[in-house]
Every structure is written in structure tokens, then in C-alpha cells.
Design a protein around this ligand. Structure first.
Ligand code: NAD
Length: 246
């Protein structure tokens, strides 16, 4: 006899039809969680992945506040509980750090909207359910090493991730012990977002002690252990194959 659906912890993973989010969704489902797959536009891929994982699919554009709120409400309506929120969806594109005019206020607003404010809205909406989670609620924010050191694809991107790292610590302090909040901050990960970033790939292959960028599964493995580590909160864990040592 299989376990009752209502007994399975539920994880909402944003941006989970590609890259890191998809790997996290697959890993959490393999670990026995019921996963809510989310994407902005690729509904067909989202529905197929949710069906494969025995989960649910919900579409939402996280730049639209109402859609972000609806995402959590729909996940709760379908699953009846929410134990884990993985704020993975994010945007990034290269802008030279010394070309200030190229990072327009519109670019700043968009990056902040998706990378910082949407996770905040999702945490806000999810909090009552996370507080009720039998083993305690857990938020994992996918940030970036660019939010820890002065690096990254652009200044506004790095600033958006640095802000989310700090929000991670602030919320961990405010929401314990019922809800834990941590961040996983990858260096370069081989995903659709970074496939054309030739120089970054070379840098990781030549300089990082691990001699390669991370694969999405490497990030998923760390997310799974953060979820599993019931005493861990307020941490920003850099996963960069040791590049920071060089
Ligand atoms: P990706 O482009 O494959 O995934 C990003 C996901 O976010 C996509 O599914 C996309 O649809 C979704 N998304 C973007 N804007 C959205 C919106 N307005 N509404 C809803 N969904 C939206 O890239 P990835 O590399 O897997 O990135 C996942 C996360 O990891 C991002 O937050 C990214 O900043 C972070 N990250 C990636 C790297 C890397 O090297 N790939 C490094 C550090 C951090």
C-alpha cells in the first residue's frame, strides 16, 4: 500500500521546467515529496514534468504580484499543505560592470522584481502554511555567489541576490523555530541561462579546484540536504567548486 497523498510533504519549486529548478523538482520528488512545478510560460513542459513526478503544475508570471500570490493559493488549494518553498526562478543577463548606462533603471526594476520582490511575496503568502508544516516549514532561496562577492553577470543582478541573501538571514531570525530560511548561492551552473557564457565556463574549468562548473544536480543535492537539516537556518551556502579559494 502506498503512502496517503495527504501525508507527503509538499514543495513548491519556482521556475522548475528548466535548469536548476527542474533538477530540484526531480530530486525532491525522488526524496518522496509531492512537488508543485511552476513556470512562467512553458505550460506543456510543466504539465509533463508534474505528471512524471506525480505532482502538480501551476503557471504564473512572477513579475505580476497577483499571479505570484495566486501561485501559492493554487498550490495550497490543490495539495492542502505546503512544507517547502524553493525560490529558484530568477533572471540574469550580462551587463559590463563598468558600463553604468547599460544597466538602466528599467533593468534594475525588472531584476529586483523577479529576483527579490517575488520571493518576498511568495514567502508572505506561504508563511501561514509553512508555520503549520508538521516538521516545520522550510524556505530555500537560490541566490548566487555574486550576492556574496563583487562579481556576477551585472551589478543589479548581484545586488538583487545580495539583498535576497540578507532577507534570508533576517527572515530566519524572525520566523524560527517554526520556519527555517536558508540560501544556496551557486557559482557558475551549466544551465540554459549560462550556456553561452564561454569565458565563465573557461574560468571554472581552469581555476576552480573542482575544474568544472556545477551541474544542476549538484545544486539540487545541496538543496535537498538543506531541507533535510532540521537545525540549519539563516545560512547562505556558497556552492562554487572552490573558485573563491583562487
Ligand atoms: P533558467 O533560466 O534555466 O531558470 C530560470 C527559471 O526562472 C526559468 O524557468 C524561468 O522561466 C523562470 N523565470 C524567470 N522569470 C520569471 C518570471 N517572471 N515568472 C516566472 N518564472 C520566471 O536558469 P537557472 O540557471 O536554472 O537559474 C535558476 C536560479 O539560479 C536563478 O535564480 C539564477 O539567478 C540562479 N543562479 C544560476 C546560476 C547559473 O550559473 N546558472 C548561478 C547562480 C545562481
Amino acid at each position: 500500500m502506498g503512502i496517503d497523498e495527504a501525508d507527503r510533504p509538499v514543495a513548491l519549486v519556482t521556475g522548475s521546467t528548466s535548469g536548476i529548478g527542474e533538477a530540484v523538482a526531480r530530486r525532491l520528488a525522488a526524496d518522496g515529496m509531492r512537488v508543485v512545478v511552476h513556470s512562467r510560460s512553458s505550460a506543456e513542459a510543466g504539465r509533463a514534468l508534474a505528471a512524471e513526478l506525480g505532482g502538480e503544475y501551476v503557471r504564473a508570471d512572477l513579475e505580476v504580484e497577483e499571479e505570484a500570490r495566486e501561485l501559492v493559493a493554487t498550490a495550497l488549494a490543490r495539495c492542502g499543505r505546503l512544507d517547502v518553498l524553493v525560490n529558484n526562478a530568477g533572471i540574469s543577463w550580462p551587463i559590463p560592470h563598468d558600463d553604468l548606462a547599460a544597466a538602466s533603471p528599467a533593468d534594475w526594476r525588472r531584476l529586483m522584481e523577479v529576483n527579490l520582490i517575488a520571493p518576498w511575496v511568495l514567502c508572505t503568502e506561504a508563511l501561514p502554511a509553512l508555520r503549520e508544516a508538521p516538521a516545520g516549514g522550510c524556505v530555500v532561496n537560490i541566490t548566487s555567489h555574486a550576492g556574496v562577492r563583487p562579481k556576477g553577470s551585472s551589478v543589479p543582478y548581484a545586488a538583487s541576490k545580495a539583498a535576497l541573501n540578507h532577507v534570508t538571514r533576517l527572515l530566519a531570525a524572525a520566523l524560527g523555530p517554526r520556519v527555517r530560511v536558508n540560501a544556496v548561492a551557486p557559482g557558475l551552473v551549466d544551465t540554459p541561462m549560462t550556456r553561452d557564457w564561454v569565458q565563465a565556463h573557461e574560468l571554472w574549468r581552469e581555476r576552480a579546484p573542482m575544474r568544472r562548473p556545477a551541474g544542476p544536480e549538484d545544486v539540487a543535492a545541496l538543496v535537498a540536504s538543506v531541507i533535510d537539516s532540521g537545525y540549519l537556518t539563516g545560512e547562505v551556502i556558497v556552492l562554487d567548486g572552490g573558485l573563491n579559494l583562487t
